[in-house]
Write a protein that binds this ligand. Structure first.
Ligand code: FES
Length: 113
């Protein structure tokens, strides 16, 4: 797994949403009941930043068209099947920081003749 970056846990207090730069789609980091969560930030519908969306508990609503995603899983909750789920990242607390990892590692092998 690739290490994406860290977010200070204090930056996630009070239901805050944090953006972690990870081109091209970046990562949205949050705490849900004290558990760190990380999903792709760019909305799968039309690319708006979910970090600027509206949060209600474990749900984040996109600021552009209000599609709602589960912060814990990246699942699109509504409208159902209107677009893809958000990709989920691994997030763990170490000390006073949330570390985020990309579980998907693309391995490109050279094409052999
Ligand atoms: S860009 Fe997010 S719902 Fe349309």
């Amino acid at each position: 797994m690739k290490h994406v970056g860290v977010v200070p846990i204090e930056a996630l207090a009070g239901d805050a949403l944090a953006l972690l730069e990870y081109a091209p789609h970046h990562v949205l980091v949050a705490l849900v009941n004290g558990v760190p969560c990380a999903i792709e930030d760019s909305c799968s519908h039309a690319g708006a930043s979910l970090a600027t969306g509206h949060r209600h508990g474990f749900i984040v609503a996109c600021p552009l068209h209000a599609y709602r995603f589960d912060l814990r899983t990246g699942e699109l909750l509504s409208p159902r099947r209107a677009c893809a789920h958000q990709r989920r990242f691994e997030a763990v607390v170490v000390g006073d920081m949330v570390h985020v990892y990309d579980p998907f590692t693309l391995v490109v092998s050279p094409v052999l003749p």
